[in-house]
Each structure stands twice: as C-alpha cells, then as structure tokens.
Design a protein around this ligand. Structure first.
Ligand code: ACO
Length: 326
C-alpha cells in the first residue's frame, strides 16, 4: 500500500512591503483598525514585471530542491490560483515549461483559498493508486492585481505570494492521512469578481464600473468562515481516526486572526501550536497555507510523527481540510 505525503516545500515572497501606515495614505483607514480587526500589519506586493507563473515557478524550484526531486520526474503540476496569468493557457502549463517538467500533465485548479488542500487531495489519489509518483502542487496569487485600491473594505486584507509542495510516496502510515473537501455555490455571491468571464465579458463599461476587482461581503464571509473552520477541521481529524487532543500543529488559512482564534479555541488547541504568517503577509488566498507550512517546516517546528491539521475556506464558497502525519 502506498502512502502519499509532502516530500519538499518551497515558497516565494515578493520583496516589496506595503504596511498599514502606507494604506492610511491610500484609503480612510488606520493601522489600529486593521491590526485589531484582522491581525494584519503588512503584506507583500509583487514586482510589476511578475505574473503569477513567475512567483509559482520560483516556489516550485525551491520545493523541488527541498524534495531532491528533478523537474523531469514530475508527473503532474497543479496551480491553485484565482489570478492566472491569463484566462488560458493554464498558469500550470507556463510553469511546466519554465521548470522543464517535460513529462508532466498540467492544469489550474480554481477553489479560491481552499485550492492548496484541494490540490493535495487530488495528488493523494493519483499517488496512492500508483498512477503517478511525483505531483507538484503550487498555490500562487497576485491578489494586488484584482484588488480595488479604493475600497477599504477589501484592500487592507490581501497580499501576494506563492507556495509549493512536491507530493510523493512516503513511509506507510505517514503523509496525508485524511482529506475533506466541500462547497456551497449558493454563497458565491459573497465573494467574486463579476466581469471578465463569459457571463459579463470585459467592456469599457465593466472597467468603468470597477467590476474586474474583487467584491466581498465581509460580514457574511466571516460568519461562514467561523462556522466552517472548526467543523471542517473536526471532519478531517475524525477521518484520520484521531481526536483534537492528538493534534500537534494547526495551519489554518490566514484570512483574519479572529477567525483563526475562534477555530483554535473551539478545537481546544493551545496558541503556541498555531502557525501564523497573517501579521506579515495578509491573506494570499490559496498560497497562505503552503507558505505558512513552508516557514514552519524550515523553522524545524515539526517533528517526525507530528499530526498537522490544515484547513481553508474561500470563494465558491469552498472549504477543505486535511491531516498530515509529518
Ligand atoms: N478601515 C477602517 N474602517 C473600516 C475598514 C477599514 N479598512 N473596512 C471597513 N471599515 C468600517 C466599515 O465601513 C464599518 O463602518 P460602519 O459601521 O460605519 O458601516 C466598520 O468598519 C465595521 O465594519 P465591519 O464589516 O462590521 O467590520 P468587521 O469587524 O466585520 O471586519 C472584515 C471586517 C475584517 C472584512 C471581516 O468581516 C472579515 O475578515 N471578513 C472575512 C473576510 C475573509 O475571510 N475573506 C476571505 C477572502 S478569501 C478569498 O477567496 C480571496
């Protein structure tokens, strides 16, 4: 029996930092409001010359190096993103060419902030059935390009970044123990970009009405997120045959510190067991989980045999959780 797990991790964060104080000069907000309501102090903004595939490629190369796997050995590449370089071809195909993964299938995966865990779940199926050996799961977003910098309700929340994982066979009983994926399309209206697709193609009018930027009903998303973060975590924990007490680390989607805190308390996980990057990177959509996981792994937080819960929620609405045995 084959067990699938993470063999290597990598991330790329843009150098440019946008602080809350910078935002005070752009919209009617304050550092104090942003910190106390969201937990965010600063976020990264991509270089103007970089698109999602550029950041995804850098993260992928680091993950390959970390795993000791060559690009030619990768069987499949998924890029979870809501900011593809273009509508098509897939950003994953651009990455495939950039890294020279000449034997890989490649496609993009659109599950918004839940995308990385959706990707891990797909990788697990291909590896455990013996169909593929190495799968590259990348999550990358340049949210700054779809953020309305005149809208204080959203522009304070988001940042740019990329994270990647090489998934492959691991020692039996380790790796991805369980996954749980879900969706509720009736909530799509709470978080979306209206224009630029087949429903409302780009026109001068859509640009004038600022319909190519992210719209969010923050209150509705907040209520949904608070509920789903602990129920989805519990589902993955139970599917792994574990109890909350068995959990060593909690790596949640980093959208709002208050959402994370609420889930942490309900699950009874102590604060020092939660991996956080929200204060310095904000919400990078699907990239938040692999970036946070990569940083924690390279700080040597995880010991062999530790149980790690990943959980995310986002546009769709979607949610996803999994338990990893390190
Ligand atoms: N600075 C100052 N005031 C602000 C700001 C700001 N940046 N943004 C909103 N306000 C104001 C509002 O206008 C409102 O003023 P009013 O009472 O005069 O109308 C007041 O602050 C309170 O607004 P609330 O919406 O009640 O603030 P809340 O405490 O709910 O926090 C927030 C808002 C941070 C957006 C919260 O609702 C949230 O985090 N929601 C979830 C967001 C999320 O998780 N998104 C996921 C996106 S995932 C993806 O797929 C990309």
């Amino acid at each position: 029996k084959i067990s699938a797990g993470i063999l290597g991790l990598g991330s790329y964060m843009p150098e440019k930092i946008l602080t809350n104080f910078d935002l005070e000069k752009m919209v009617d907000t304050s550092d104090e409001w942003i910190r106390t309501r969201t937990g965010i102090s600063e976020r990264r903004i991509a270089d103007p010359n970089d698109a999602t595939s550029d950041m995804a490629t850098r993260a992928a190369l680091k993950a390959l190096d970390d795993a000791g796997v060559s690009a030619a050995d990768i069987d499949m590449i998924m890029v979870a993103t809501i900011t593809p370089d273009m509508i098509f071809p897939a950003t994953a195909c651009i990455v495939q060419d950039n890294i020279g993964a000449k034997n890989a299938a490649a496609f993009d995966l659109e599950a918004a902030c839940s995308g990385f865990i959706y990707g891990l779940s797909i990788a697990k199926q291909f590896i455990e059935t013996g169909t593929y050996r190495y799968v590259l799961v990348i999550a990358a977003d340049v949210l700054s390009r779809i953020t309305d910098w005149q809208d204080r309700n959203t522009c304070v929340l988001f940042g740019d970044g990329a994270g990647a994982a090489v998934v492959g066979p691991v020692e039996e009983g380790y790796g991805i123990l369980s996954t749980y994926l879900g969706s509720d399309g009736s909530g799509g209206k709470y978080l979306h970009i209206k224009a630029g697709g087949s429903r409302m193609p780009a026109s001068h009018e859509t640009v004038d009405k600022r319909l190519h930027y992210m719209y969010m009903d923050g209150g509705e998303v907040f209520k949904f997120a608070v509920k789903i973060m602990d129920t989805a975590s519990m589902e993955a924990i139970e599917r792994a045959g574990l109890k909350p007490d068995d959990i060593d680390w909690f790596v949640p989607h980093q959208a709002n510190i208050r959402i994370i805190e609420s889930a942490r308390k309900r699950l009874g996980i102590s604060p020092e067991r939660v991996c956080l990057t929200i204060h310095k990177y904000g919400n990078m959509s699907a990239a938040t989980i692999p970036v946070t996981l990569d940083e924690a792994a390279h700080e040597d937080k995880f010991k062999k045999g530790d149980n790690i819960v990943l959980v995310g929620f986002g546009g769709g609405l979607t949610w996803a959780s999994c338990v990893l045995k390190w």
